[in-house]
Design a protein around this ligand. Sequence first.
Ligand SMILES: NC(=O)c1ccc[n+]([C@@H]2O[C@H](COP(=O)([O-])OP(=O)(O)OC[C@H]3O[C@@H](n4cnc5c(N)ncnc54)[C@H](O)[C@@H]3O)[C@@H](O)[C@H]2O)c1
Ligand SMILES: O=C(O)C(=O)C[C@@H](O)[C@H](O)[C@H](O)COP(=O)(O)O
Ligand SMILES: [Zn+2]
Length: 363
Amino acid sequence: MIEVNVELKDRRYPIRIGSHILAESSSYAPLKCGDKVMIVSNPTVAKHYLTTVSDSLNRLGCKVSSVLIPDGEQYKTLDSLNLIFTALLQANHGRDTTIIALGGGVVGDVAGFAAASYQRGVRLLQIPTTLLSQVDSSVGGKTGVNHALGKNMIGAFYQPCAVIIDSASLDTLPKREVFAGLAEVIKYGAILDLAFFDWLEQHIDDLVSLQPQQLQYCIQRCCQLKADVVARDETEQGDRALLNLGHTFGHAIETHLGYGSWLHGEAVAVGMLMAADLSHLLGNLSRQDVFRLEKLLARANLPTVSPDGMSADDYLPLMMRDKKVLAGKLRLVLLQRLGQAYVTTNSDSELVRQAINHCSQFD
Ligand SMILES: NC(=O)c1ccc[n+]([C@@H]2O[C@H](COP(=O)([O-])OP(=O)(O)OC[C@H]3O[C@@H](n4cnc5c(N)ncnc54)[C@H](O)[C@@H]3O)[C@@H](O)[C@H]2O)c1
Ligand SMILES: O=C(O)C(=O)C[C@@H](O)[C@H](O)[C@H](O)COP(=O)(O)O
Ligand SMILES: [Zn+2]
């Protein structure tokens, strides 16, 4: 087992990464004998991992209850949050409880927000079971739910006390979900680390087929890159916005099509290409580097063109609701070059339209 630490201003928490570590009680520190816990999961994940996790916690001497929310992005809602609150109240959980998120990013974001708000805040532990949640959503404390008018519009920054990543849990993950996770993996290389981008170009086939050694290195590198950004800027006052590459476009796709139609990673993949194209139009990223990004995404079996029938007119109003908008001005994450991103308000809407059109089938 290896550990990456997230060093916040006033405290730190560990990300433990290993294979088959959910079956070991020692993985769950700081949980200890006598602790009350509520595991939040969904039926799909529970079928595979709830017994393993509950057994480990029971052996540790924890008092374990669980609640399942429905599976899917369309259930990342206030209703699901309320299901969790009801279960907590019915089982008499107080401020000394710990909420454990066992699942992908949807479970993690909803359970995380439940932890942030139940009785004004209880302890949270993340057990991510998708590639996307292992490399991204379980780390850094963004929690929340969607609104029909926009992604992740209601939420809180709320850090977990630990993140436990069992890479073996990816063996049961559908391939399409593995590919979606690779979009966020490629994002880290594109925004922060050219050497990692180069490594991904060499090893993307190994990741697609979940080769254990390459997978562990990839998860560790992504967690380290995210931990470093979050340590510098926990609540997105500056640099953390770089983690949003492609998301202003991608969230528009998810909202426009209806949550769950395209996966988050798929929408982010196309969004990153739009951002890369725009970066090129603004005279930064070279055409060759736009192609490198496109090729890597395609090799990860991700979409590289906008959804059928979605036009720039559909994107722009939704993009104006992005959380990075300041004083009514769109702020976008763009690429100076591969491995170096920046945030800009200097994005003329005609060029934004052009970039969207370049990534559309009719172009
Ligand atoms: N908080 C953040 O910083 C952050 C970062 C990135 C993404 N997100 C959010 O994360 C969400 C996407 O997360 P996701 O891609 O994990 O999707 P998800 O949570 O919907 O999980 C994908 C699917 O895989 C299933 N699943 C999960 N683990 C499994 C396993 N081990 N075996 C078999 N099936 C399994 C789930 O039940 C679901 O059907 C989006 O809502 C996105 O906005 C948040
Ligand atoms: O952790 C972050 O910061 C990110 O932006 C990571 C993103 O991958 C993630 O999808 C996040 O939920 C998007 O945040 P939002 O603030 O645009 O909703
Ligand atoms: Zn994301």
